[in-house]
Design a protein around this ligand. Sequence first.
Ligand code: PLP
Length: 448
Amino acid sequence: MHKFTQEVEELAKEVLEYSLARLKDDPPLDGPRTAEDLFSEVGNTITKKGLGGHKALDVFTNVLAKACISTDHPRNLAFIPSAPTEYANLFDLVVGASALYGGSWQEGAGAVFAENQAIQWLIDLAGMPVTAGGVFVQGGTIGNLSALVVARAQARKSHPNPTRWVIACSQEAHSSIASAAQVMDVDVLKVEVDGDGKLSGAAIASAVDHLHSTTENRVFAVVATSGTTNLGIIDDLKGIAKAAHERDIWFHVDGAYGLAALCAPSVRAKFDGIEEADSFIVDPHKWLFAPYDACALVYRQPELAKQVHSQQASYLDTLKDGQWSPSDYAIHLTRRTRGLPFWFSLAAHGTDAYSEAMEKSIEVAQEAARLIEIHPNLNLLRQPDLSIVAFTRNGWNAIDYQKWSDQLLEDQIGFIPPSSHQGQPILRFAIVNPWTKISDIQMILDRL
Ligand SMILES: *Cc1c(COP(=O)(O)O)cnc(C)c1O
């Protein structure tokens, strides 16, 4: 049935050769080009007769791939980059070759079983009860939205008619919370953080009580962040859990970046209170060495999510077999078994390797903070909680930061776009790559 012709055989060799070289060699940093510029080089690649595999691959490897910044370069410290293990990336090739369907147990039992074991590791690290379960979704944005939709459905059971539904979170919460609120047509109550940038239980309690006593609006979810994307700040999970649950409100933890460090003993105590969460997310594609795209979404009581997210259609009835079907637990139906590369790497390397790699990034971040403190031109914004190091450069305005950053990429040294904090431009290193050495940090600091 499969037509693995001589031509396909040859293409397979080329594809594997390219892939293995990409995995073995130090990644190039590369950088963006304009659409016009790319068009002038490759033209329209979609043609009536097709380019043939060899030529199409050539266009990709020699032009298009080079117009993409490698997120796994050790001096790409932008946003939250990525650092998949070789094993995870290799297994992604297996997933790609296997036509696995990850939406239902019936079709993907073995794959879903494996994904669930990887999720169970996260559940155990968080100290959630045995009832907990979850699913891999595309990213933190979909993970947060899926959880918040369940939270609202739960609140509707006891509060059928508020004027407006409201999500309470800190001013530092990720933009995906506002995006979820917009999709759901609900409001966001932004609660002030303390002097250190953390959201506290007391602040949540008083903001929620004030809203409930002065309006007919109703908070259906409190979202804590651990840690924030810009500065890596971990909210007071224990205090917030208590404030939320005393008011019978769903407690969701957005740990897209930071909850990965649940497996790092040196910082585990900072997440105390996570065991109280009704739901949480963590993106293995950020700091758990998995390729894009994978967010682990975990519910304390997954059956509540199933009531909300399970799709009903006559042709789907055969799937209602009482088995664990991933499509029942988030906003999706067909899904790639995107948790498998993460599972394979975790199964092959063992969890100790993950703890060690995590501790390495934390150490490099601490050492980077120390180097910034003794640097004559730089000011550290705060001691890193996890692996994000933020700082300012004396005497620079926003344009100076941007110019410096552009030049750094132009010279193929690193990718460190400026950010801002309280209206002021800043620089930040997000260190999630075990190959980022302190010498890489020094190379960047030498240009400041
Ligand atoms: C990155 C991030 C998100 C969004 O995750 P995506 O996978 O990019 O959709 C949400 N919350 C936090 C705290 C993040 O750092």
